[in-house]
Design a protein around this ligand. Structure first.
Ligand code: GTR
Length: 327
């Protein structure tokens, strides 16, 4: 008898729990461009795991890696519109949508990665977040994407004159096209997935990216000169569709945000390791790396890019100045 009651209480409790989870459970889908083992891939899987754990199973996330759900600009639109809930996005292709976020795509705006994080964790980061949220994309946490440098198959780049005449792949953002044009090159905006073939067949002469992406895509196999221009330091986000986020209770918002922040701590640690191991790996494979002794001429050439940004967004001058004044 006792056992029987106990069993039925247990069954009833289980039914309530199941009802609770099935009735409220949200099943989210997430986009990521990178391959297995890449720091962002590992960290986004961790985010999914933490999300389920911290929300008591009320929210689950199915991650789609390797860009299988489409190109980055398309996925950004999908998350904005709610076709997908989550994305690990680079702020580069978000810039054309949210002018505040485009500030990070001004070449040489950040001195180094720690400077970028100091800005993101302060008033500047709040302005960028607000600008993105107003366009339907709420950043939950920031990921590290290091610094981007030029690479090509012909020669080391040391001066802007070395870029002149080169066809260089860039991400979809007019600031990057302007950047290449000001160096005398021909910008070629293109999806990430197409770059390997374009380099191989000579559709473009070069591209630019950080060590881990240069390595994981195999670009180093077809463009063996990597020149440390470090002209762009662009953060990435774990971003969520604004409606999905705003519909959550405060407790759920905290759980989702905490899960993203914990995944970011992991990503940043894995990133540091992968930057070093990717560099080592490609150099062992024969890549020729060069430091650029004087980046001054590259920086000076960017003045018109800044002017164009400020002319289009005069109200964002304080944000540019805030970043430049941040120690
Ligand atoms: C990578 C970044 C990707 C993508 C790619 C690109 O460093 O993590 O999100 O933006 O660069 O160049 O398209």
């Amino acid at each position: 008898m006792y056992q029987k009651i106990n069993a039925s209480i247990f069954a009833a409790a289980a039914a309530v729990t199941m009802l609770g989870t099935t009735a409220d459970a949200a099943e989210w889908r997430g986009w990521n461009i990178h391959v297995d083992g890449y720091p962002n891939t590992v960290a986004m899987d961790k985010f999914a795991e933490l999300l389920a754990e911290k929300t008591g199973g009320e929210i689950t996330l199915q991650m789609f890696h390797g860009g299988t759900l489409g190109s980055q600009p398309d996925a950004i639109e999908q998350v904005r519109l709610g076709g997908l809930e989550i994305g690990n996005f680079n702020l580069g292709p978000i810039g054309p949508i949210a002018a505040e976020a485009n500030v990070v795509s001004l070449p040489f705006i950040f001195k180094d990665v720690p400077h970028m994080f100091r800005v993101l964790n302060g008033e500047g980061g709040q302005m960028i977040s607000d600008g993105m949220a107003a366009k339907g994309l709420v950043p939950l946490a920031w990921y590290d994407a290091g610094a981007r440098s030029f690479y090509n198959g012909d020669k080391p780049i040391n001066t802007p004159e070395d870029v002149a005449g080169m066809k260089v792949r860039v991400m979809n953002n007019d600031l990057y096209s302007g950047m290449i044009a000001e160096l005398g090159g021909n910008p070629s905006p293109m999806a990430f997935a197409e770059v390997y073939q374009a380099l191989k067949t000579g559709v473009v002469d070069g591209a630019e990216n950080n060590w881990p992406s240069y390595e994981s895509t195999g670009h180093f196999e077809v463009a063996g000169y990597y020149s440390l221009s470090q002209h762009l330091i662009i953060p990435e986000c774990v971003c969520i569709n604004a409606d999905a986020y705003n519909a959550l209770s405060d407790d759920m918002k905290t759980a989702v945000k905490d899960a993203a922040m914990e995944s970011a701590a992991l990503q940043q640690q894995l990133w540091a390791e992968r930057e070093a191991s990717s560099r080592e790996m490609v150099e062992k494979a024969g890549v020729v790396t060069n430091e650029i002794a004087d980046k001054g001429p590259f920086q000076a050439a960017m003045a018109p890019v800044y002017e164009a940004y400020l002319a289009a967004n005069p109200d964002l001058r304080p944000l540019v100045e805030l970043i430049q004044a941040t120690e």
